[in-house]
Write a protein that binds this ligand. Sequence first.
Ligand code: XMP
Length: 515
Amino acid sequence: MNKREMVIVLDFGGQYNQLVARRVRECNVYCEIYSYKTDIAKIKAMAPKGIILTGGPNSCYEEGAPTYSKELFELGIPVLGLCYGAQLMQHILGGRVERADKREYGKTEVAVDTSSALFAGVTPDTTCWMSHFDYISRLADGFVSVGHSADCPVAACENTERGLYGIQFHPEVLHTPEGTKMLYNFVRNVCGCAGDWKMDSFVEQSIRTIREKVGNGKVLCALSGGVDSSVAAVLLSKAVGDQLTCVFVDHGLLRKNEGDEVEAVFGPSGNYNLNFIRVNAQQRFYSKLAGVTEPERKRKIIGEEFIRVFEEEAKKIGAVDFLVQGTIYPDVVESGLGGESAVIKSHHNVGGLPDYVDFKEIIEPLRDLFKDEVRKAGLELGLPEYLVFRQPFPGPGLGIRIIGEVTEEKVRIVQDADFIYREEIARAGLDQDINQYFAALTNMRSVGVMGDERTYDYAVALRAVRTIDFMTAEAAEVPYEVLNRVMNRIINEVRGVNRVMYDLTSKPPGTIEFE
Ligand code: XMP
């Protein structure tokens, strides 16, 4: 890894800012996101090999619209403007940007000049995703058009002498099938990045850096069994061995067998050299949750109890030097430290943990990585695939997949039903295809017949969604025969259930979780 060889994304408020950076990283080039308000001196100090200006919702000619000083284009660093970024570049350098009669939106054929470095190897008539009202009506001096569509005379432009490029469409989205190729051309061929951002070297380098930093120090990690904390823990254990202690709190709200699976990987019979402490706190959580029905209250209780349990364990361990957190790059960007379009995300899992542990410094070894990179690092580190490709699982666990009061009996029902569902989805080869799927327990009981007997049992709800960002989602079209098999097995194998339903709701208006 050579972190100094970096491309930066200057974020002008576009909705795809993270995606731009992810695509660049897919080209094995390290990339970070910064607000357009970032000072030029800071940019110079970072000495990026290239700069990408993102899209944004404004019109660059309007007063108060996000802008940048002309100096940015005089640093001798190649700049690629995307959509708003392309228009802004023209606006600043003396071109003209105007309101078009009609918005160009959606998949659009763009004729590109394949002799341009940006479009080397790209199909001359390529499909691109457009979304703009404004258009470039006159190019700044020194620029030529290298792409046009039916409605847009300048869909792409360049000034090769100065290393400045603009494209009106969005290469980062999947609707522009050759978009990554274009970004590759920019970062690898125009900017000349070597493409040495790879997970094997990341792992190697991180281990070295962690070793240096930790020295003989003691390190503590709260392990949840999720992807991020697992990868962080393994990285630390490879770096400092049994100077690391991992505390895994089993709150009794995990998926079936999950506690044992985590223990098998990280515990004494696993492959890693670390101190593993499993706290079997199931009964503590169940008794705190007795009689509680309101979802937010349940979340709060689980979160607070988690901290109490962890705090007690930490006290037994005594003072440590470092506390490990599994923060990843989207957390950094979304908490407002990275780009422009920040949303504040509350960290529900280990919220507030640092306050309760006696430590000197936090280590966040995955802070620079996107989720797919965390998974690659996990594979590099030899973590089993079922752990690395785990679907998201909420911190409060099954506590929020059981409507109404949480009891041990209900936990057993939802665990068994969910296990069958996951097994059948995997058997149908759909497990990597559906982004999140699980069984939840409705609080509804109704009359049924089983053999000659009348039953009065619970209804299980099955949920499966397709989503990219987990902010919006659609119910997945699970084949009927799969659902039918799952229904049959749940009814036959899980005591206490006499109905199975499939949740068709998208998000919005629903949420992904069923609480
Ligand atoms: P919702 O239900 O809000 O979920 O549509 C979106 C994504 O977030 C996960 N989720 C949580 N994750 N702690 C977590 O760590 C939580 O309290 C929590 N609530 C929801 C959910 O599984 C989905 O992936």
